[in-house]
Structure formats: structure tokens, C-alpha cells
Write a protein that binds this ligand. Sequence first.
Ligand SMILES: Nc1nc2c(ncn2[C@@H]2O[C@H](COP(=O)(O)OP(=O)(O)OP(=O)(O)O)[C@@H](O)[C@H]2O)c(=O)[nH]1
Ligand SMILES: [Mg+2]
Length: 227
Amino acid sequence: MPALNEAESLSVLLPDLMAYGLGQVIIGDNGSTDETAAVARAHGATVVSEPQRGYGAACWAAMQHIAPHIEVVLFLDADASDDLGRIPDLVLPILDDRADLVIATRDAPTVEAGALSPQQRFGNWLAVNLIRLRWGFRYRDLGPFRAIRKNSLDQIAMRDRAFGWTVEMQIRALQEGLRIEQVSVHYRRRIGQSKIGGTIKGSIKAGYWIMGTIGKFWFRRTKPRGR
Ligand SMILES: Nc1nc2c(ncn2[C@@H]2O[C@H](COP(=O)(O)OP(=O)(O)OP(=O)(O)O)[C@@H](O)[C@H]2O)c(=O)[nH]1
Ligand SMILES: [Mg+2]
């Protein structure tokens, strides 16, 4: 879970998350100046500090602390927007060996009004349509809430350290022929202050990285060069 100043939401989210009895809960703390680290530790999470800013940098740092026995890795945001009740729906297809990557798509009829900004909706729409044009797969969202087999995560060798993280994972999954499932989920307005999709500056930054990542892979052959 990448987190930047999410003490308020983590104090609500973590007690619920811990109830699922996951093998490990790891927070990639991206230089928070609030009580994020203290709150996370108080609830039994492992905190990995990553001074280099960026969503991907925080996810990557957290990933380096995954224990060897872990089979499935769940990613989610620290802002309490995601519906934890759907964790089994994301994880079980992988444990049952039906899928390697399961994406929670924020398109259930119950998605809270205002939880996704118009620029987020437009950016996601554009990105998934570009992916469909280039790779022929119909993703419905670039949502942060997703589960992936640990071996597959290693196989796709994530490079992005910023806001192209989710889209890179989805494109690389297609290039590697992973089995992909999508699950419609509920999505709530976040707790705490918006940093990316809910702000103009954040949206421009995220849009730049998402489009840049699609562009980077667009002209590559099925496997990235040099592998
Ligand atoms: N590591 C890292 N994480 C960040 C950064 N900005 C935001 N985050 C985290 O990434 C997640 C998503 O950020 P949000 O601010 O919720 O962005 P969003 O979901 O696009 O938009 P809203 O929920 O509408 O604010 C949260 O867990 C944040 O704490 C950053 O620069 N670095
Ligand atoms: Mg959010």
C-alpha cells in the first residue's frame, strides 16, 4: 500500500484490513510528514520508508519486503476508497489457479458520486481504449485495487516508479500472456486530502505518466527488448 500523509484514513482502514488475516501488510511510506508511519505500526503493519517520491517508488519499496512464502500480492490505496469486502473476490481466482492478475474495476452501479473525478474518468477511458487498440484487450479501469500472483509480479519486472505503475502492470500482463480477470467493485470518496486524481496538478502529473507509459510500450514487440 503506497501512502503519503494518510494517517487519518489508515486509522480507519487498517483495523478492517487486519481482520482479513493477510500474511503481511506493508506500507510504502513516501516521506509522510504526518503520523502515517506511527499509525501503521500501531496497527501491526510493516512500514517501509521510501524517500524518493512517486506512487511506483512506494509500491516498489514495499514489494522488496514481501516474505518468500507469499503467493499472492494485493495492492490498494491507503485512502480507504476501496471496498475491502471484495478482497476474497480478488485473491481466490489466483489461489484457485484461474487467474494471475485480478483487477477491481470501479464501475459498479454503487460507486459513490464524486469518488472519481471527471478527469480520472476521462483519463481511464482514454487509457483503456488505447490499450484495446494496441493490445486488443478490454480493460475497464486502471484502478489501484488489484491482486497478482507473486511469480507473475516478478515476471513482469515493474520499472515505473511514478504514476504509470498501474497501467504498466496491465500492459506488461498482456505482453506476458497472464490470465486476467476483472471484478466490478464499489468505490468510495477518500478519507483525507486528495493528492492525485482529485487535484488538477495531480491529474496532469498522473495523465502525463499514464500516457507516457502507454507510448513507451506502444512500439515495442511482445517482450521488451533486452530480455
Ligand atoms: N508513494 C506515493 N504515494 C502517493 C503519492 N501521492 C499519493 N499517494 C498515495 O497514493 C494513493 C492514491 O492517492 P490519492 O490521493 O488517493 O489519488 P487518487 O485516488 O487518484 O485520487 P483521490 O482519491 O480522489 O484523491 C494514496 O494511498 C496516497 O497516499 C506520492 O507522491 N507518492
Ligand atoms: Mg484515492
